[in-house]
Design a binder for this molecule. Structure first.
Ligand code: 7TS
Length: 404
């Protein structure tokens, strides 16, 4: 058996999505901007895909949804164009974001700092959540944008986007959310929350890699990142990637239809896995389940290096992930774990397990068995665990971490 539990990194393309996109490679391959029938043949499919995305997000006709190459592009587009429109060509100089954003927001903010923008990186609480009152307290009349992810790729923790949106609206500040880990996993209703810009990516909900989108409320001002031909109403130049647009439409429709049922089914499997892993002594899961995407577990196993655990799981045909990227010389601690207050040792022990609607009960059973054996094996050879030993009466814990 092999088990893929890295669905926050990317997902399998749903075979129904593949089927939908195939005709647009070698059959209806014309450039949709061409006036002949080879070009116009794809128009109905493009319109259908656009409708599918609007419907899935409950966007209104006055809003724009623009296809991009990925969420990294969508995020960079918002940040760099806000800089251009409101800092260089306006009187603002401040952006608010968080310490735990994906690098496509975080590194873009760091780059803007070099161009003179003041950036506030908000902390998260011990659950890994950004508290809305903190957002309010940092907004000034110089703030051009608040950019806060809807749900975390590392922990799955869901931020109070509705509350933050209300605060931004009240203060007259633009609000962007990186919703890559929310769309297709939890309900996203753009009539219910106030969001000016929202980024998403198809490969996180069983569409292909290399296609994303940016939602723009009321088609408001945002200068283009890519200048060129008048594609997408001049908002994003580049010949339309028809097969991928069609695929994204189908994928979002499949992911969001009966989403409550899909969530319940994934959550039941996730909770069963989590309960079983928490039977191990000295284990912690970050964040309570109520505020977490239903597919995600970030678990810390005392005495077990994340990379060692990944290697052992990989040998057992289980694909998981750790936030602690392996830098050339040093193993880096998981920055999200550090942000929520974990000490350095614990920040090296995070393992992220992320399920999908294709994860089966048999795969969960297999993972539980293999995971427990791996922990026993690795703890037996772990010098740090051997030195301190298991905590007396060491209990497994969920939710808040108080390592200090
Ligand atoms: N934003 C978030 C919250 C993400 O999780 C990712 C990818 C991106 C943006 C980038 O999306 P892309 O369309 O440009 O690929 N996240 C991850 C991850 O957690 N592990 O690998 C990729």
């Amino acid at each position: 058996m092999q088990v893929y539990l890295d669905n926050n990194a990317t997902t399998m393309v749903d075979p129904l999505v593949v089927q939908e996109m195939m005709p647009f490679f070698s059959d209806m391959y014309g450039n949709p901007n061409s006036l002949h029938k080879f070009g116009t043949a794809s128009h109905p499919a493009i319109s259908k895909a656009i409708d599918q995305v609007y419907k899935a997000l409950n966007a209104s006709d006055s809003d724009d949804i623009v296809f991009t190459s990925c969420a990294t592009e969508s995020n960079n587009w918002v940040l760099k164009s806000i800089f251009r429109d409101y800092v260089v060509n306006g009187d603002k100089n401040h952006i608010i974001t968080t310490e735990v954003e994906h690098p496509s927001v975080y590194a873009a903010c760091k780059a803007l700092e070099e161009d003179g923008v003041k950036v506030t990186y908000l902390p998260v609480n011990s659950q890994g959540i950004v508290e809305s009152h903190i957002v309010r307290s940092f907004i000034t009349d110089k703030t051009a944008l608040v950019s806060i992810m809807w749900a975390s790729n590392e922990t799955g923790m869901i931020n109070p986007i509705k509350e933050i949106g209300e605060i931004c609206k009240e203060k007259g500040v633009l609000f962007h959310t990186d919703a890559v880990q929310a769309v297709g996993k939890i309900p996203v209703d753009l009539q219910d929350v106030h969001v000016d810009f929202l980024s998403m990516s198809a490969h996180k909900f069983h569409g292909p890699k290399g296609i994303g989108a940016l939602y723009i409320k009321n088609s408001q001002k945002l200068s283009p990142l890519l200048n060129g031909g008048e594609h997408m109403g001049g908002r994003r130049s580049g010949t339309l990637n028809v097969p991928y647009i069609v695929a994204m439409g189908k994928a979002i429709e499949l992911a969001t239809t009966n989403i409550e049922e899909k969530m319940a089914s994934i959550k039941a499997k996730r909770d069963r896995l989590e309960d079983a892993l928490l039977e191990l002594s000295d284990t912690f899961v970050v964040g309570d389940r109520e505020h977490r995407t239903p597919n995600t577990i970030l678990i810390s196993i005392k005495g077990v290096e994340g990379e060692g655990m990944l290697w052992d799981l990989n040998n057992g045909q289980i694909g998981a992930s750790t936030g602690s990227a392996c830098a050339s010389e040093d193993l880096q601690a998981n920055t999200v774990m550090l942000a929520i207050g974990a000490d350095n040792e614990l920040a090296h022990t995070g393992i992220r397990l992320s399920l999908s609607r294709f994860t089966t009960d048999g795969e969960i059973d297999y993972t539980i068995t293999h995971f427990k054996k791996s922990v026993a094996r690795l703890r037996a050879i772990s010098s740090s665990f051997a030195k301190v030993g298991p905590t007396l009466g060491g209990e497994a814990k969920e939710c808040e971490l108080h390592f200090h």
